[in-house]
Design a protein around this ligand. Sequence first.
Ligand code: ZN
Length: 118
Amino acid sequence: MGQMINIVFDPFQIIIDIVGKRWPHVCCDVCSARSDDYDKGKAFTLFVDGSDDVEIVIDPRESYEDCVEGLAHELAHVVLGKSYSGRDGRGHGPEWWRVFTIINNDYYRVVDGIDSIE
Ligand SMILES: [Zn+2]
């Protein structure tokens, strides 16, 4: 007998599928972990020095909604890569906004296409 428990609506997976389809080069690990040690906010991206490894950390104490948005936010950083510093030096320039907006628009297109669960 196979696995009988399914998550039928997984916003994290929807976002991962969107990014993977549009930017197939993107490669990273996503980790849910308390971020006190890192002092970087509720979600952040670690570009590992001297390596192509990228890790996104999302603090699970945030609301579910904020964790979902945090994943989209951080994946937009990963799409642009380590060298992109953006207008504010932290990666939030117009190119970042463009990518983040594409992810958001795709996400809501997918969600709107899913029949409501009643
Ligand atoms: Zn950011």
